[in-house]
Design a protein around this ligand. Structure first.
Ligand code: NAD
Length: 283
């Protein structure tokens, strides 16, 4: 999509962090913006900030784990602005460290997969027939993560590997169908957002089991990740990369080239048939 002005974008998880930055960047490019989030005060705040600039924006309270709610999001966007051209499946939650996620807490696995993976699946299912059908062209951006490239024994890692896989699959699918819809897979490294406080949106059914304290490794990993995220990239810079990827129809959007380079030993080991190398990054 070479020109975004006058077109319409839908962004999930737009109340905070990267999603809000995408919505602001799209508004600055002259787009109509539909912001969706489950955290309503933040959603209202983000919509007010964008409309105060004179841009056209609405907020639609949406839980992306609920397929009917994502259908309603599409319908609300079409009702207000007509055809949707850009969809950012960005809503996501962190979850806890490796051991807690893997061995202890099944509800948390389900919650993280519901938001991070099913949120994207619902986005594809609800929006793609419309976006490919209206014929005006479009672009889907899925927010995966570098965690979708590094092996990790956690719900977060599993969800992001799956998002990378289905996003690349969607890319091929769209090409096979000669559809006029581009696809990008955003794989951020560390970005300075509220992702480490994802539990603010955790439903009651996924609450941690009473009496299960985080172990030493979980405490260490959490402190390390918090520190990296605090000193991570500004979401506005990620939004510039996403904007440029849509305009140039670029599939991979990475924010940290050193992390990408560190994938090489893993792929080499696969080609050579040797055991996995030591990991460098603690995602
Ligand atoms: N921050 C990082 O370092 C980083 C790195 C790689 C990938 N990511 C991914 O980036 C995306 C955006 O996260 P962020 O870092 O901006 O964090 P954030 O917490 O600031 O924003 C995430 C947004 O998603 C919303 N959300 C959570 N559950 C939802 C649900 N069920 N339905 C609708 N909205 C929901 C939250 O309310 C919040 O507004 C996520 O998919 C995350 O996994 C983040």
């Amino acid at each position: 999509m070479e020109s975004l002005s006058g077109r319409t974008a839908v962004v999930t998880g737009a109340g905070s962090g990267m999603g809000r930055a995408f919505a602001e960047r799209f508004a600055a490019a002259g787009m109509n913006v539909v912001l969706a989030d489950v955290e309503l005060p933040k959603l209202d705040e983000a919509v007010a900030a964008i409309t105060a600039t004179g841009a056209a924006a609405i907020g639609v309270p949406t839980d992306v784990t609920d397929g009917a709610a994502v259908d309603a999001l599409r319908d609300a966007a079409i009702e207000r602005f007509g055809n949707v051209h850009v969809l950012c499946n960005n809503a996501g939650v962190g979850g806890s460290g490796p051991s807690g996620g893997a061995f202890v807490n099944e509800p948390e696995w389900r919650w993280v997969l519901e938001v991070n993976l099913f949120g994207v699946i619902h986005g594809h299912r609800a929006f793609l027939p419309h976006m490919t059908g209206h014929g005006e062209g479009g672009h889907v951006v899925n927010t995966a993560s570098m965690a979708g490239h590094f092996p990790g024994h956690s719900a977060y890692s599993a969800s992001k590997w799956a998002v990378v896989a289905i996003t690349e699959g969607l890319y091929h699918d769209q090409r096979l169908r000669a559809a006029n819809v581009g696809v990008s897979c955003l794989c951020p490294g560390w970005v300075n957002t509220a992702i480490m406080d994802s539990a603010r949106n955790r439903p009651e059914w996924a609450a941690p089991k009473l009496g299960v304290e985080p172990n030493e490794i979980e405490v260490m990993v959490e402190a390390y990740v918090r520190d990296q995220i605090r000193s991570g990239m500004d979401p506005a810079n990620v939004a510039d990369l996403v904007h440029d990827a849509i305009v140039s129809n670029t599939f991979w959007v990475f924010t940290d080239r050193d992390m990408v380079a560190s994938l090489e030993p893993r792929y080499r080991a696969i080609l050579d048939g040797t055991n996995p190398p030591e990991r460098e990054f603690g995602i």
